[in-house]
Design a binder for this molecule. Structure first.
Ligand code: PEP
Ligand code: MG
Length: 756
């Protein structure tokens, strides 16, 4: 049975408010607060642990434990139950705390008599500031309502401890011993590029002035009117973005749905009923959401929750009476935990030189938007928000995967030199865009680009690439609530064909599922989504999706060359099924009097290893083969391509991979079947060199890589590399990276300082 009601909670919060606003030092007020909470929750103990430097939680105040332990008992994050709560940002409620494996006994606290424990993280603006815990003598379970109550109280106390600066920020997040020393933080590249600028801590502008309300009815009214403004804002944003960059206008449509999400709104209303102001309630629900997000493996849910988080911030800002626009310095680098696409659009884009995220994944909407706008993005930068202060100078090298904080003048100079050198290099590459991609001994290597958005297609002209070797059709649709109809698809594909100006475009049919989740398709929770219901597995099970897509592609290619390929094909029969649908649609198009494509080429991607042992049969059925090395290598090594922990464990230049690629090339060459490779390795100098040596004559890569790879091609005597590769590939070394690098340097193919 619940020991108290919402009215009790309101009363307790109102007393807390009196104490917080009252006289006395912060320590005195904290002492009163823990006593109040213990009484309010009818608990024997209430303790408040606060995070100090070095990720240590210090007992700052307690009611019920020995006062001698205050400021003495310290637990590392992850140590003991309190440390566990802080480490995972997750509440714990245990009837018998002593039997929990993480329990550690601290004799100085005198906690011998207390069996049950309920602890919650104290979170402020998404950061764990400490832990609030209550304990009881009896072995009694705490219910959900009690946990939620303590979470609400913890939020209020977190605000107090931060505002009062109980622990100085400098102490909490020391700049690695010396605030003036530059620090390097690493992350993973989501959009390559360089940026030098001042840190802008995203969201720091939404501060909640008032946490506790006098009258819930007034707060409900404020929430309603803020929600109305929110809906109008989203509509305006949708209208204004459509014409701008067509790629992401549709992403915003999803927001309309969330702004009406009943579950979300009613959770906020419930919290208002407990006595918090509307903005504090939004913040509380948003913090809960973030915590849930941290614990979620399912990318569909994570990304949807991210969208909700974005909306919550917008709502908060409306409630706080501020606009979303923050004045930016001319060169701003946004630092955030994660970012919603509308949040990025709210800033003055011309001033944003980069984005640094503590989280982030390649398919998140904000990244898609950032790519469309050419903003470098570094993700998975752990501790970024803790270590970076507003207006810190940052030197972001998203291409190399790191950022320098407070770079010294020397470092800034080096960075500027480096940036200028890269700029010059790019200019050299750009100037050589029309030079033939031919080796010194006269072998032509076709260089194509991978594209996903219309904006990528423009790179054809800028890079001089000969075509689009991979058009990832799903990219434009990832954020749409439903797959667009044939008409809209045709328009988008036709725009790509037109923008390519006669150069071939190889459309890949939808590759959704796995790490690429569209709002419209959710396979539900899968244990291994990359190996689950994705790509043709999904579209063959939903043939109308496949039919409509190929119909749109055929219509878009009227009078032009039609090149289509299918992703994730694992068996010949899957290819046959795809082909059958395509043929049916070509026939349908002809019967309807449509103009036929000028030429038709149908291929498949090779990204599932099983296809390698069906190659001879497959090659008789297809017009071309394109290797998706990103997936192929992940399956060969059973190593998740999105998992940064194992990212460097398996090398694309390892002998098993090279021998596999040689095998495929030999089979294709034997029957004269066009072969290309469109995974990331095609755009890396050493990898591209190895591929050329193995017989690959067509490579498709990110537009940024074309210049460098053309340069590699033009410096290579292919016969020499082939001979070198023959001498090495059957050796027993695990990887040939070092050997290939030395070869490339010795033969003047790559310079000493060139990043490989
Ligand atoms: C690949 O797997 O190598 C590939 C090009 O496809 P994607 O990266 O889109 O999965
Ligand atoms: Mg793939």
């Amino acid at each position: 049975m619940t020991a108290y009601s919402a009215a009790d909670l309101r009363q307790m919060l109102s007393r807390l408010r009196d104490v917080m606003a009252g006289i006395g030092s912060v320590q005195e007020r904290l002492d009163k607060l823990v006593a109040l909470i213990a009484h309010g929750l009818k608990a024997d103990v209430c303790s408040c642990y606060i995070m100090r430097a070095g990720e240590v939680l210090e007992l700052f105040a307690t009611f019920g434990l020995s006062q001698r332990a205050v400021h003495i008992t310290r637990l590392r994050v992850g140590e003991g139950l309190v440390g566990e709560i802080a480490a995972h940002g997750r509440s714990l409620s245990l009837a018998d705390a002593w039997s929990h494996p993480a329990f550690v006994y601290r004799p100085e606290t005198g906690e011998d008599f207390f069996r049950s424990l309920m602890g919650v993280p104290m979170i402020q603006a998404g950061r764990i500031m400490g832990v609030l815990a209550v304990q009881n003598r009896d072995e009694r379970p705490f219910n959900d309502w009690e946990v939620e109550t303590l979470e609400t109280v913890a939020m209020v106390i977190a605000e107090l401890t931060t505002t009062a600066q109980i622990v100085k920020r400098e102490e909490l997040f020391p700049a690695e011993g010396n605030a003036l020393l530059p620090v390097r933080l690493s992350g993973s590249t989501l959009n390559a590029g360089l940026g030098l600028g001042q840190a802008v801590l995203h969201k720091s502008h939404v501060r909640i002035g008032r946490l506790l309300s006098d009258d819930p009815a007034v707060e409900h009214g404020r929430l309603q009117s803020a929600l109305n403004t929110l809906r109008k804002d989203v509509d305006t944003l949708i209208d204004s973005s459509h014409g701008e960059v067509s790629d992401f206008g549709d992403i915003l449509e999803v927001y309309r749905m969330f702004a009406d999400d009943r579950g979300w709104i009613s959770r906020i209303s419930d919290v208002i009923n407990t006595g918090l102001t509307a903005e504090a309630a939004v913040q509380k629900v948003s913090d809960d959401t973030r915590i849930r997000m941290m614990q979620m493996n399912d990318p569909v849910f994570r990304e949807r929750l991210q969208d909700l988080d974005d909306l919550a911030n917008r709502l908060l800002s409306i409630l706080a009476g501020g606009g979303m626009r923050t004045e930016l310095p001319d060169n701003a680098i946004l630092v955030c935990r994660s970012l919603g696409p509308t949040e990025l659009l709210d800033y003055d884009r011309t001033k944003i030189k980069g984005v640094i995220m503590e989280e982030g994944s390649p398919t998140m909407h904000a990244v898609i938007v950032a790519k469309a706008l050419g903003i470098p993005v570094l993700s998975q930068v752990h501790g970024a928000l803790n270590r970076i202060d507003a207006f810190d100078l940052l030197a972001l090298d998203a291409s190399a995967g790191h950022v320098f904080l407070r770079p010294s003048e020397d470092l800034q100079e080096m960075f500027a030199i480096n940036a200028a050198a890269r700029q010059r290099q790019r200019a050299v590459y750009a100037a050589s865009k029309d030079l033939p991609s031919v080796t010194l001994d006269g072998v032509q290597i076709e260089l194509q680009i991978n594209a996903g958005f219309l904006i990528d297609v423009q790179a054809l002209a800028e890079t001089g690439a000969s075509g689009i070797g991979l058009f990832r059709t799903e990219m434009q649709f990832l954020a749409m609530p439903i797959l667009p109809d044939v008409k809209l698809q045709r328009t988008l594909y036709r725009q790509a064909v037109d923008a390519a100006g006669g150069k071939p475009v190889t459309f890949r049919t939808l590759d959704v599922g796995g790490d690429k989740i569209a709002a419209s398709w959710s396979a539900g929770k899968e244990n291994n989504p990359a190996m689950g219901w994705r790509s043709v597995r999904l579209t063959l099970d939903r043939p109308s999706v496949m039919r409509q897509q190929v119909r749109a592609i055929i219509q878009a290619c009227e009078g032009a060359s039609l090149r289509v390929m299918f992703p994730m094909v694992a068996t010949i029969s899957e290819f046959d099924d795809c082909r059958r649908i395509l043929d049916m649609e070509i026939e349908r198009h002809a019967k309807a009097g449509g103009v036929a494509p000028r030429t038709i080429a149908v291929g498949t991607m090779l990204e599932v290893p099983s296809l390698i042992w069906q190659l001879d049969h497959l090659l008789t059925r297809i017009d071309f083969l394109s290797i998706g090395s990103n997936d192929l290598i992940q399956f060969v090594y059973a190593a998740d391509r999105g998992n940064t922990r194992i990212a460097n464990r398996y090398d694309a230049l390892s002998t098993p991979v090279l021998r596999m690629l040689r095998f495929i090339a030999e089979r294709c060459i034997a029957v004269n079947k066009p072969l290309s490779l469109c995974g990331e390795m095609a755009g890396k100098p050493l990898e591209a060199l190895a591929l050329m040596a193995l017989g690959y004559r067509s490579l498709s890569m990110a537009p940024d890589s074309v210049g460098q790879i053309r340069d590699v091609v033009r410096r290579t005597v292919l016969a020499d590399v082939e001979e070198f590769m023959i001498s090495q590939i059957d050796s027993n070394s695990a990887s040939l990276r070092t050997e290939i690098k030395s070869f490339a340097q010795d033969h003047g193919i790559i310079g000493e300082g060139i990043a490989v």
